[in-house]
Design a protein around this ligand. Sequence first.
Ligand code: DHB
Ligand code: FE
Length: 304
Amino acid sequence: MARIIAGVTSSHVPAIGAAIDNHRTSEPYWQRVFEGFERSKEWMAQTKPDVIICVYNDHASAFSVEVIPTFALGCAAEFPPADEGWGPRPVPVVKGHPELASHIAQSVILDEFDLTIANKLEVDHGLTVPLNLVCGSPKEWPCPVIPLAVNVVMYPPPTGNRCWMLGRAIKKAVESYPEDLRVVIFGTGGMSHQISGQRAGLINSKFDHAFLDNLTKNPKKLTRISHLELMREAGAEGIEMVMWLIMRGALDDQVDEVYRFYTVPASNTAVGHIILENRKKVGKKPAAKLKRAAARKKVQRIRS
Ligand code: DHB
Ligand code: FE
């Protein structure tokens, strides 16, 4: 049986991608941002998921404003980087997992979520920047990635509660997939930021920290935040944080927060990042069990 073992959230600022592509990550401004993801890269290298489901938003790159699906699941075999105005980013083509993606689409649609099936999809910074932050810049991404694009660019985006419920449906879908796959789900975007208008440059660290605290311990509270409140507190583009609730809804109620990083600013945005692990580990014995097993072995050695 496939299982979601962990969830990762990360901001997805395009200037972070430009800093990587133009080899500027060691400049003091950027070093502060990238240092915060060193531990995450180690975590990813140790965790070695079989598949990543990446919840992100397209910024009018693949979907023009003429067609805007609320939720679109990438079921293709490959997802090339999108041209966002200065040529596609020099990052590997994202390899998909059409079998698991089709299974999720079927399960979730039969559970009454009106998901759009994307058999051709170019992915923009919303997806490639978090992959870089957590996986580094390898020649090939470490595993297949299933993109889930969510509309947060044109009103009305889905509610936080709808996102949570979709996360629940994705969890159920993954757990009914027969192959033993260890899946990590990403929720990208956020945290507080506003790119245009009178409040451009808005950042609300107090709100962001409370959001991170609740994401781990009391996520249901976050599902009750209205769009208006989210945008008032976290800026117009802070609405991206509803996507984090898909990630959190796909995890167990009880999770361990294994890492958190927050820094202000990167471009216009407060960078927030968290790694949450489900307690029931797959392919790994829980630490306490391992310790007990080691102690038993020691006792046996002493006795024999
Ligand atoms: C910025 C942040 C975003 O999330 C985005 O999609 C575009 C720009 C920024 O901070 O510049
Ligand atoms: Fe964005």
